[in-house]
Design a protein around this ligand. Sequence first.
Ligand code: 13P
Ligand code: SF4
Length: 320
Amino acid sequence: MQRLKTRQIDRLIEDILLLKESRNAVILAHNYQIGEIQDIADYTGDSLKLSRQAAETDADVIVFCGVNFMAETASILCPEKTVLIPEPEAGCSLADTININQLKAWKKKYPDAVVVSYINTTADVKAESDYCCTSTNALKVINAIPLDKEILFLPDVFLGTYLEATTGRKLHLWPGECHVHAGIRPSLVNTIRQQHPDAEFLIHPECGCLTPSMYYLANGDISPKGTHILSTEGMIRYAKESCADCFVIATEVGILYRMKKDNPEKTFLPVNPDAVCEYMKKITLDKVHRSLDEMIYQVKVPEDTASKARRSIDRMLELA
Ligand code: 13P
Ligand code: SF4
């Protein structure tokens, strides 16, 4: 029975690879995708790395195994290419916390402010923003804005608070959060870190434990040695390069797949094993196959929105 299932999966993968070749397609997968999808992808990575791959590819078709705002970013950067998402319901609770009308109303209150949007936003919101940023380069983007300028930062309040603490600047913060990362609470961190005091601690800046962790770091209750605030790709790179053998990981658990695959001799412990992004997990091998076979579901950002959104992304890519 198991052997039959393995044969069916192998066959499905073979078909996907053939279709990919005949369509001249590239498969991009976010670090939270299920292992089978990461294994067939041409590139896996964080939001910044995948945006760059989308911008640089010479494929005709981009199959984006991630969530909607990521596929929209690929469409904005490559208007001449066909961008497909295998599951159109792959949304993002963080991106959903602010829409274009809410942003316009916020901007009206602070007409001279510079708007910095985290990449987890819809294309319309990016189009109303001055800069886009990701977890890798948010600090660089804030530091590039003249000190006399007010900044509206959206939508992630934990990342925003971190940026305020690290730059010493007061930002106007949108009160958005991701339901998965908000569930990575300080009490869970304390428990696991007490059990593994020598492990290195890697935190994604969207986490609910980030603000208290920064406070404990400042107080000396958490040792700054061995604590690192990183994007998903930054975490993967760090785990590979570090000579530590045990890591406590504060982000969505899909990231553990590649960490374990790249470093079979090391131990990776999730702060919250239930931190699962159900949107990311909607993409399966069957859906990727169907996507390439039927050329669905196409993601196309209208050019008037795309051209405005592209400016905010290009400003980010120039700085990064
Ligand atoms: P990264 O850019 O660090 O991969 O984060 C994107 C994301 O959606 C995290 O929830
Ligand atoms: Fe959005 Fe959170 Fe899922 Fe990332 S983990 S895609 S922020 S819902």
